[in-house]
Structure formats: C-alpha cells, structure tokens
Design a protein around this ligand. Structure first.
Ligand SMILES: NC(=O)c1ccc[n+]([C@@H]2O[C@H](COP(=O)([O-])OP(=O)(O)OC[C@H]3O[C@@H](n4cnc5c(N)ncnc54)[C@H](O)[C@@H]3O)[C@@H](O)[C@H]2O)c1
Length: 429
C-alpha cells in the first residue's frame, strides 16, 4: 500500500519506518526543511533504538522517501496519517494549529479519494472538525474519509511497540475507511478495536490519563511509606502482583514527564471541565506529580544541609531512558530549582545533552558519569538509563567529595549502598 506520513517526528518517523519495513511504500512529509534534508542524506534527527537501522534499510530498498511537499504526499498515498505535534497551550488545552494547517493543505491538494487518519493525540471531536474543514475547502467534489487511529508507542521502545501493540484502535464512520485500515494492519496479531471516531479519540486521552494516575498513585503511596519506614518497592510489588492492577507503571520516582502524559492529562481535564464534568481526580494526579519534584529538591537539601555553593553530579536529563527527548522532563524543574538555590550542576546524559543545551543555562556537561560526579557533593540520579545501574560504585565513591547518592529512580539497593558506605536517599523507602 502507498502510505503518507504528515509530520516526521518521534511518532511519524517510527510509523513511516515500520510501515515501510512491512513492505509498504511510504512517503514521509514534514514542513521542517532541515529535518527532511537530514533524512534524505541518511541522518536521523532523534534517538530511538532500532530506528536508524530501519530507516537505512527501507531507504535503500526504495520503500521510504522524504519530502517537504504535502501535495506530493497527497498525490502518492491513498492513506495519510497525520502525526504532527499537538503541544499544550497555556491553560492546558491542546494546540491544534498544526492539525488545522494540515487539514487545509490536504483539502487544497485532493483530487481523488484519500483516507485521512489522525494519529496525533487530539481532543475528542477533532475528527469532526477535520472532516468539516476538509469538506468546506475541497476544490472539487472529491470523496474522502476521516478516521482516528491513536498511537500508543512509548519513546525508547517505539519500534518494538509499533510491531507489538497490545491493541490497535481504529475509529471510523465508513466501511471503506475501516477496510483500508484493517488491510494496513493485517500483518499484526493484536486485536483491532473498531469504534466511532469520538470513542477512539477518547480511548487515547483516557489511557494516558489512567497510566499517569497509576504513577501518581504509587508516588502518593511512597510518601506514606517514607513516613512510616515501609518500602514502596515491596508495596508496589505486592500491589502489582494482583492481575486486576498489574505491575506496569507502578514505579515510584520523581514523576512523569515527556510529550504525552503532562499535556494529554491537562488536555483531558480541559475537555471534561468544558463539558461540565468535574475532573478533580485528574487534577490531583498533576498535583502529586508536581509535588514529587519539589519533594526531591527538599531531599537534596536535607542530605546536603545547605544548598548554596554546593555542586551536584546529575546523571540523566531526558524524561525517560533510551530517548534524547527533553520535553517536560522532570529534570528541568528540579535543575532549575537547584540552580535557583545556588547549586552548581555537572550533568551527564547518554543521548540528551544536545537537547539539554537548548533548555538549561549555566550547566557544566560531563563526558561520562564519572566525570559528572568527580569532586561533587552528591550524585543525583534523574533518569534510569541502564548504564547508571551498572556503574562502578566504588569508583563513584572515590570520585565524590562526599559519599552521598540521591536516587530519584530507585535504581540501587539501599542495603548495598549502605554496605558500600554511601549515605543513600531514594523515593518512598
Ligand atoms: N512522542 C510520543 O511518545 C507519542 C506517543 C503517542 C502519541 N504521540 C502524539 O503524536 C503527535 C506527534 O508527537 P511527536 O512526539 O511525534 O511530536 P514531534 O514534535 O516529535 O513531531 C511532530 C512533527 O510534526 C512536524 N509538523 C508540525 N507542523 C507541521 C505541518 N503543518 N506540516 C507538516 N509537518 C508538521 C514538526 O516539524 C515535527 O517534525 C502528538 O500529538 C503526540 O501527542 C506522541
């Protein structure tokens, strides 16, 4: 099948590479000229395990091409997936300017039937707006369909997740659109959940809100554990062993970040409240998440006594491991607050330093974790990259000015850290 991807970012690029790898011919469009030039030359603008190999293989097999022309994409592909960004506005609503722009551009180019699919995360009823905008701006009486096919991939596992989804959600209002999407997803073993467009849109927002709620729930439980001397890791294990609950997303830490949970949760709250549905439950999820970052800074202060004039070695800046993505990373609020309080930051991240340089001012970047902790008053773990789990902790202890580790992701064992002679702080234990 000929497939068009509009918006070649974290979702669009993975979707394009994976569909091409399944034997489809894919055109990948983006308005960012530099990004498309880089992709055409074989470069990869983001870090995502396995992506660069897939892009290379399918580019060489001539199943994957790149363009800045939406006209070319609309001409080439019978099915167009919209994967542009839907960032948050101040106040929490999703900013749908890019989606609207794409709707007008597609309408201006339509000459024969096309299926236009929302893959971007959008508020309920965006499909209806998309359909209306295209219908009102189409030049001739060309048939088209709009569908919703929300994306559930996780950055850092995106290629794996694309090929191994738990379910595929397809929201349509025509049999023709349903058949095309079923054909596209034929190679997958996952169940396909067919719904109306509004329900598909809601499934995405509700799923992300539920997962964020699990994270805030365990973080709230962690605060109680800490007060009474219980271990939140064992509590999470005990809760998660119940198949009705499951252990996923019960990892205590410094809270969630990234381009999905914070913005999708805020957008979902706004949708509910505009419809007159109180969303205090979800507001509290955000409050707990904000508190985790504040509590972590307090923990640093408690461990170092005074913050002003101290230096900390920060390990991990990206919002989660295996990505370069810094969008809404918890490290941002934490580092900004520490800097405000007079702390000097030496930071290391395996992939996110280039992005971090666009976010932070006055940080010293290290070449490796040991360089980051050398001479520092404490080591802070903010992202659970695997390489931090495997550090030579004896060497870390020698390099630190004081043997203090404040672990925002609970990657080390308190007993082992104590045995090694560290003053070790973690979350909820
Ligand atoms: N990142 C994730 O893990 C993830 C997972 C599931 C769903 N989503 C959703 O997918 C959507 C895209 O997220 P992302 O992380 O890929 O964003 P991104 O910022 O990485 O990529 C968006 C791309 O769209 C391009 N773009 C913007 N306006 C455009 C236009 N008018 N025409 C063509 N291209 C345009 C940008 O240049 C950029 O390359 C969002 O709605 C997001 O919520 C993201």
């Amino acid at each position: 099948m000929n497939i068009g991807i509009i918006g070649s970012g974290h979702v669009g690029l993975v979707t394009a590479a994976c569909f091409a790898d399944l034997g489809n011919h894919v055109i990948c469009m983006d308005q960012d000229v530099k990004k498309i030039q880089l992709l055409k030359k074989g470069g990869v603008p983001i870090y995502e395990p396995g992506l660069s190999e897939l892009l290379k293989k399918n580019r060489l097999k001539k199943r994957l091409i790149f363009t800045t022309s939406i006209r070319e994409a609309v001409k080439f592909a019978e099915i167009l997936f919209i994967c542009v960004g839907t960032p948050p506005r101040e106040g929490g609503d999703a900013d749908l300017t890019a989606v609207e722009h794409v709707a007008y551009s597609i309408a201006a180019c339509l000459t024969k039937y096309r299926l236009i699919v929302e893959k971007s995360t959008v508020p309920v009823e965006t499909g209806m707006q998309l359909k209306r905008t295209i219908a009102e701006n189409i030049r001739k009486n060309v048939p088209f369909d709009v569908a919703s096919n929300p994306e559930f991939l996780r950055e850092g596992n995106a290629v794996y997740d694309f090929f191994n989804p738990d379910r595929i959600v397809v929201g349509t209002e025509s049999k023709r659109a349903e058949k095309i999407l079923k054909d596209v997803y034929k190679p997958f073993r996952a169940p396909i959940i067919i719904t109306d467009i509004r329900s598909a849109e809601l499934i995405k927002h509700a799923s992300n809100s539920f997962l964020a709620m699990k994270i805030s729930f365990i973080n709230m439980v962690g605060q109680i554990c800490k007060k009474v001397g219980a271990d939140v890791m064992r509590v999470a294990e005990g809760i998660g062993a119940d198949t009705r609950i499951s252990k996923s997303f019960l990892n205590p830490g410094i809270g969630f970040g990234g381009f999905c949970f914070p913005k999708d949760l805020s957008a979902f709250i706004r949708i509910g409240e505009k419809l007159g549905v109180p969303c205090n439950l979800l507001r509290e999820v955000l409050n707990v998440n904000d508190a985790q970052k504040i509590n972590f800074v307090k923990l640093v202060e408690q461990s170092l006594w005074n913050l002003s004039g101290k230096t900390v070695g920060v390990l991990g800046l990206s919002f989660k491991p295996d990505t370069e993505d810094m969008r809404f990373a918890p490290s941002i609020d934490i580092i900004n607050k520490l800097q405000e309080d007079g702390v000097k930051i030496k930071a290391y991240d395996p992939q996110a330093i280039a992005e971090a340089k666009k976010v932070f001012k006055g940080i010293q970047y290290a070449k490796n974790p040991y360089d980051a902790v050398k001479g520092a008053d404490a080591m802070l773990v903010l992202t659970e990259w695997n390489e931090f789990r495997e550090l030579d902790l004896k060497k870390v202890k020698k390099l630190l000015k004081r043997p203090i580790v404040i672990d925002g992701r609970n990657i080390y064992s308190p007993a082992e850290m104590e045995k090694l002679g560290f003053r070790y702080y973690s979350i909820g234990r």
